[in-house]
Design a protein around this ligand. Structure first.
Ligand code: FAD
Ligand code: NAD
Length: 482
């Protein structure tokens, strides 16, 4: 069923608020458990990830990486006689977003037997959700077992003087724009900032990246941020560290933006992108009706149940619980939350032991992430600093990826680095980071090692094929053994 507002009242086992990747996966699992389910969506089924985040951003970045890869291999490089075809890149991006239409994903919801309810959903006391459709009609949904909030996050734009006059880009515009601005200022040196600086510079903008801190990607190993800064600079991006925007102006509405910086200088750009973090989409979902603070991130237990709400009927999965703002972690939470709801509905207890079937343990210990820049960054688990802050007794092992035979075949003059952080007391890895071209596809090996707590002695038996970039695993082990 695909319905708008019809002023009716309906009862379901589970109501899911938000049909992004996390919401969709909860619906899938509760349906697999034989429960009835309504999923409420105010925009597009598929969420931010499908239309304004992961998919369009990676569709913009993949041609950049493919071209760089071809240019870095003697023999192939000679065949590359032109640059990116911007119109073709944008058209391919549009294909990945289905031109911002969600028919395919709505059909998928139908296929799993959940009811899609289009409109803005708000909690209205325990187990009740009122959905207001765009036509003004409203429907009240009641849940027998659970309501799951999966409303995601939105970009934060800092309240700088003049910001309202410049119509800044957020990640939504940066992933869906149809024109290439001649000059783009990007504020923020996190993942969105570096990925979008990479994409738009390659598409023809002159990008200035304004970073208030002293490094890019301050959540990963410092060498990774340094290599990305090097790559951006070589691509022509003006990377400025230790600067902040203090004021913005776009005097005639349609002309360039003037950005005043805290060193007193000014910068002119045709567009400005704020890539300055996320806020939860919980300000208008009726949290106050169940005793929670509107606009807050939702604190959850290991089964993603909102601990502060009595009777255990409210859950929160995906970005909105602030555990790990990544699609794959949201989907992971959603799978085990959906299963936990099914188990509880059947009157049984979920398995909430660490690494149990219904505990999102990997959110703490084994979150993988790939940053799709040139070079790429791929990391899982703890950085050396985070491990030290946790009081672990560790040894940090580094290896120059460029001296791995497979890497030198992969690209001429391959530049990259790998690090593993070994927990000496448990003899296993707690963190691995790779930075270099093509390392994203290497990451799952590290995720298996970290999540599986594979003893270092056993890793020697996981033999990497020669001559692949993966042989860095052998080199790391040899370096560790000394
Ligand atoms: C530019 C960018 C690139 C990214 N790239 C990656 C990447 O490569 N890999 C990765 O893992 N992560 C990436 N992320 C992060 C990823 O997009 C999020 O972690 C993911 O989308 C979160 O999924 P979600 O289901 O929690 O929320 P969302 O995808 O935000 O979906 C929430 C849904 O809820 C709906 N909704 C909200 N409020 C209501 C309401 N009141 N009623 C009804 N519906 C409502 C929204 O319309 C939306 O459809 C990226 C993020 C950005 C900004
Ligand atoms: N490839 C991927 O996996 C991918 C890609 C994009 C985004 N994401 C996820 O989306 C989330 C959001 O990404 P993001 O880059 O927006 O956030 P972020 O938190 O990763 O980075 C934001 C950066 O902006 C800076 N900042 C914050 N306020 C500022 C201000 N007022 N002025 C100047 N700088 C300021 C912060 O210091 C930080 O470095 C992240 O959690 C990220 O993991 C993932």
């Amino acid at each position: 069923m695909n319905s708008g507002g019809d002023n009716s009242e309906s009862v379901y086992d589970v109501i899911v608020l938000g049909a992004g990747p996390a919401g969709e996966n909860v619906a899938d699992r509760v349906r697999a458990a034989g429960l009835t389910c309504a999923i409420v969506e105010s925009e597009l089924v598929g969420g931010e990830c499908s239309y304004w985040a992961c998919m369009p951003s990676k569709a913009l970045l993949r041609p950049v990486q493919a071209l760089a890869a071809a240019r870095s291999v003697g023999g192939a490089a000679q065949a590359v006689t032109g640059g990116l075809d911007v119109a073709a890149v944008l058209a391919r991006r549009d294909g990945f977003t289905s031109n911002w239409k969600d028919d395919g994903q709505a059909e998928w919801v139908d296929g799993i037997g959940a009811d899609l309810v289009r409109g803005h959903g708000r909690l209205d006391g325990p187990r009740r959700v009122v959905v207001r459709a765009t036509d003004g009609g409203s429907r009240t949904l009641t849940a027998r077992h659970a309501v799951v909030v999966a409303t995601g996050s939105r970009a934060v734009v800092p309240p700088l003087p003049g910001v309202e006059t410049v119509r800044p880009w957020t990640s939504r515009e940066a992933t869906s724009a149809t024109q290439v601005p001649a000059r783009l200022a990007v504020v923020g040196g996190g993942v969105v900032g570096v990925e979008m600086a990479t994409a738009w510079q390659a598409l023809g903008s002159h990008v200035t990246l304004l970073v208030r801190g002293s490094a890019l990607l301050d959540q990963v190993e410092p060498f990774a941020g340094e290599l990305v800064a090097e790559g951006l600079t070589e691509a022509g991006v003006d990377v400025r560290l230790g600067v902040s925007a203090t004021q913005l102006r776009r005097p005639d509405g349609g002309g360039p933006v003037t950005v005043t910086l805290d060193d007193g200088s000014q910068l002119e750009a045709d567009e400005i992108l704020f890539a300055t973090g996320r806020a939860p989409r919980t300000d208008d979902i009726g949290l106050d009706s169940v005793g929670l603070e509107p606009g807050s991130w939702l604190d959850v237990d290991e089964t993603c149940r909102v601990a502060a709400v009595e009777d255990g009927w409210l859950y929160a999965v995906g970005d909105v619980n602030h555990r790990a703002l990544l699609t794959h972690q949201g989907k992971y939470q959603a799978r085990l939350t959906g299963d936990a709801i099914g188990v509880r509905a059947a009157g049984r207890e979920p398995d909430t032991r660490p690494w149990g079937a219904h505990a999102a343990t990997a959110d703490h210990d084994a979150v993988p992430q790939v940053v799709f820049t040139h070079p790429e960054v791929a990391a899982v688990g703890l950085t050396a600093r985070q491990a030290a802050e946790k009081g672990l007794r560790t040894r940090v092992v580094d290896y120059d990826l460029g001296s791995v035979a497979g890497a030198s075949l992969y690209a001429d003059g391959y530049r990259g680095r790998a690090r593993m952080v070994v927990d000496l007391d448990r003899d296993c890895l707690v963190g691995v980071t790779f930075a270099g071209p093509g390392v994203g596809e290497l990451l799952h090996s590290a995720t298996v090692a970290v999540a599986g707590q594979v003893p270092v002695a056993r890793l020697w038996h996981a033999v990497p094929a020669y001559p692949t970039v993966s042989e860095v695993w052998l080199r790391l082990l040899e370096t560790y053994r000394g």
